[in-house]
Each structure stands twice: as structure tokens, then as C-alpha cells.
Design a protein around this ligand. Structure first.
Ligand SMILES: Nc1c(NC[C@H](O)[C@H](O)[C@H](O)CO)[nH]c(=O)[nH]c1=O
Ligand SMILES: CC(=O)[C@@H](O)COP(=O)(O)O
Length: 153
């Protein structure tokens, strides 16, 4: 049986980082985790292109344009959607994840989902570098691995 596994070296990779600015007090830590992960795995910070958009709803269109450019080996999307008192959360989070998934399949460019979808600020803080890890770090590792997996297919 042949098993294909992607290693976690980011050497030579050009990575797009699309950042939903909403809830920046949390998202800034996701960005830190993403950049730190790329550098710690052999990537060059000079090869990261960070794009700021207003919120999670705008992430997919920026991801799409970057993926279609052919200039990036992978794209990492980070943001934080925190549930409020109305159904708005469902629409924002739903469109974000659907759009990102569509771009990945349409372009073949690995796009990792590092957008927190949480019920409280506390849950967001826990997943932005405290007791539940850093979603920016996790999704960046996934992006790096997928670049190295897809190269072998
Ligand atoms: N409530 C959150 C938003 N809302 C803003 C939308 O993402 C979008 O920017 C606006 O509807 C204009 O099109 N965005 C988040 O990223 N996180 C939230 O909790
Ligand atoms: C995710 C959201 O859009 C949310 O933060 C908005 O809060 P609300 O539902 O109370 O308007």
C-alpha cells in the first residue's frame, strides 16, 4: 500500500494570509501564530503576503483573487466570528466557510480555514493562543502539509 504524507517544511513557499479584521483583539494573535509557524517551519516572512479585509464575510473574495493569481502556494484565512444576539453569526460564518471551500476546490490551491466560529469571547481567547491552542498555528500547519501532499499527487 502506498501512503502519501506531506511534510511540514515551508521552505520556498509563497503564502497568502487573508485576515478578517473584525474582533482584531483576538485575530491579531491568530496572525502571530500563523506567521510564527511559517517561519519556524523554514518559511521566509518576506514571502508572506498579508491582506486585511473588514470581516469574515469578505475573506472568500480576497482568497479567490489571490488563489486565481497563481502567485501563492497556499492561502491561510484567519478571523473570528463571535456569536451575538441574532442569527447574523450563522450567515457570516456560513458564507465564509462555504466561500473558502469553493475557492479551494475551484483553483486547487490549498486554502486553510483558521476562522474562529465561537459562542463567546472567552472561547475565542482560548483558541487564539491560550489553553485551547492557536487556530492560526493549526491552520497554517494544515496549509503547509497540503502544499507538500498535493505536490506528490
Ligand atoms: N460579527 C462579525 C463580523 N461581521 C462583519 C461581517 O464579516 C462583514 O464584514 C459585514 O457584514 C460587512 O459585509 N465579522 C467577523 O469577522 N466576525 C464577527 O463576529
Ligand atoms: C457574528 C456577528 O455578526 C455578531 O457578532 C453580531 O452580533 P449581533 O448578532 O448581536 O448583531
Amino acid at each position: 500500500m502506498e501512503t502519501i504524507v506531506g511534510n511540514l517544511t515551508a521552505e520556498g513557499m509563497k503564502i497568502g494570509l487573508v485576515v478578517g479584521r473584525f474582533n482584531s483583539f483576538v485575530v491579531d494573535h491568530l496572525v502571530e501564530g500563523a506567521v510564527d509557524t511559517i517561519v519556524r517551519h523554514g518559511g521566509d516572512e518576506a514571502n508572506i503576503t498579508k491582506v486585511m479585509v473588514p470581516g469574515a464575510f469578505e475573506i472568500p473574495v480576497a482568497v479567490q483573487k489571490m488563489a486565481q493569481s497563481g502567485n501563492y502556494d497556499a492561502i491561510v484565512a484567519v478571523g473570528a466570528v463571535i456569536r451575538g444576539g441574532t442569527p447574523h453569526f450563522d450567515y457570516v460564518a456560513g458564507e465564509c466557510v462555504k466561500g473558502i471551500g469553493q475557492v479551494q476546490l475551484q483553483t486547487g490551491v490549498p486554502v486553510s480555514f483558521g476562522v474562529l466560529t465561537v459562542d463567546s469571547i472567552e472561547q475565542a481567547i482560548e483558541r487564539a493562543g491560550t489553553k485551547a491552542g492557536n487556530k492560526g498555528e493549526e491552520c497554517t500547519l494544515a496549509a503547509i502539509e497540503m502544499v507538500n501532499v498535493l505536490k506528490q499527487l
